[in-house]
Ligand binder design. Structure first.
Ligand SMILES: Cc1ncc(COP(=O)(O)O)c(C=O)c1O
Length: 436
């Protein structure tokens, strides 16, 4: 699967962003014909290196004919628990189902509200709404793109009433009377949120923290704590574009709370325990053995891939920093001491759509994660938000551009992408010159 080629766009990217074709200024000098193609993501190169091992692992599952929740899933759960430093892993059918299962395990439903980021993939808030709870959108930090604890605090102070004491404490939305039960921070692009701040808020107000770690496997905060292991439940996606990607959909929940782990295991199979006895209403969130077998092979290579992504990110930042000084490109801000895993390397550019078109014409794949903040999505109109309410999320949506950063890229390719961005700014007339 090659992502980000303009001639044959990836299905995922088409589905998620087809309505967002960039506008190009006719006065921008076109780039020279593509000398070197750089797709946004090319999984074929990764596969070539591990094909024999993966095929053997799949072959063993086929020989066993045990396809659902078998030894491969158990191995993945144990290894993910060890990898993140959690007590338990619960393999599920996708990252979306990991979020859904986490919320269900906490009993979140009608009458409840969950605070989350307006600038994330739809699944973060879609799962909250699917359970009949209210997604409450707060704005992001302008530097990291992550949910801002300060803005969450401000929201609670302004829009909520805190009742009761200690473990009985309740946070109630003044306008609707719904009870805030949890905060769902998202470690966007692969950098961990300010989890100390969120854990402090959660402890003080008796809230749960569900980490959306879909993009952040292996990421660490300043204290060396792994994404997904800091809150009460961590949710991972193994969608093929993720740093650890399956050969289809897959996901996993982590927790160190044995009761939550058990509840998630039961809810994953229709709330069934023992067989054909249902004390809870769950769903089919089962992970299959073939996906787990692939992931067990790939997990061994993850750290090496992360090192390569980190080297690419450093090279981009070095190369693009001259333009950063000139106010043209803002390179990603990495909080000192954290391990960013660069699921995406995302720059900010004011003339983003023009640059994107220019890069596409030069054979360079890019993507916009995410073009419309969630509070302005049509399906959430019932929440009553309007433009201007969450300015940082809205600004990010109009400025962000993800560049190719997959591990198998060569330094020459990174250099080519950076050089093409430089040429864009050198060749494009400034807007005032264009209208003169
Ligand atoms: C931040 C975030 N949350 C949730 C998900 C959902 O994961 P999945 O696609 O595996 O259902 C994704 C995947 O795109 C994501 O990036």
């Amino acid at each position: 699967m090659v992502f980000g080629e303009t001639a044959r766009p990836n299905r995922d990217i088409r589905l998620r962003c087809a309505f967002l074709l960039p506008q190009v200024s006719p006065l921008t000098t076109p780039p020279p014909p593509p000398a070197m193609k750089v797709p946004l993501l090319d999984l074929t190169q990764q596969y070539e290196k591990i094909a024999a091992e993966v095929q053997a692992a799949i072959g063993r599952v086929c020989a066993s004919q045990q396809f659902i929740l078998g030894p491969q899933v158990r191995e993945l759960e144990l290894r993910m628990a060890r990898y993140t430093g959690c007590e338990h892993g619960v393999g599920v059918s996708s990252g979306t189902d990991a979020l859904l299962l986490g919320l269900m395990a906490l009993g979140i439903g009608p009458g409840d509200a969950v605070i989350t980021s307006a600038f994330t993939f739809f699944a973060t808030a879609g799962t909250i709404a699917r359970l009949g709870a209210r997604p409450v959108f707060c704005d992001i930090d302008s530097e990291t793109f992550n949910l801002s604890p300060a803005r969450v605090e401000a929201f609670i102070a302004r829009d909520c009433e805190v009742r009761g004491e200690g473990a009985e404490r309740q946070v109630i939305l003044r306008r609707t009377g719904e009870r805030v039960r949890a905060i769902m921070p998202v470690h966007l692009y692969g950098q961990v949120c300010d989890m100390d701040a969120f854990m402090e808020i959660a402890g003080r107000l008796s809230l749960h923290i569900i980490e959306d770690a879909a993009q952040a496997i292996g990421a660490q905060d300043r204290k060396g704590r792994m994404a997904g292991a800091i809150g009460h439940i961590g949710c991972f996606s193994f969608f093929p574009t993720k740093n650890l990607g399956a050969f289809g959909d897959a996901g996993l929940c982590t927790t160190s709370d044995p009761a939550l782990a058990e509840r998630m295991r039961v809810l994953r199979v229709h709330g069934m325990e023992p067989k054909y006895h249902h004390s809870l209403i769950g769903g089919n969130f089962r992970l299959d053995e073939i996906q787990a077998a692939v992931l067990n092979v790939k997990l061994g290579a993850l750290d090496g891939w992360m090192t390569a992504r980190d080297a690419h990110a450093r090279q981009y930042t070095r190369r693009l920093s001259a333009m950063r000084g000139a106010g043209k490109v803002a390179t990603p801000v990495q909080i000192p001491g954290v391990r960013h895993v660069w699921n995406q390397y995302v720059i900010r550019v004011q003339r983003r759509d023009e640059l994107r078109q220019y890069l596409a014409a030069a054979g360079i794949g890019t993507e916009i994660y995410y073009p419309i903040p969630l509070h302005l999505q049509k399906c959430f109109a019932y929440l009553g938000h309007g433009p201007g309410e969450l300015p940082e999320s809205e600004r990010a949506s109009s400025e962000v551009l993800a560049l190719p950063v997959f591990p198998e890229l060569s330094p020459a390719q990174i250099d080519h992408v950076a050089g093409t961005i430089e040429r864009f700014f050198a060749s494009a007339a400034s807007p005032s010159q264009q209208t003169a």
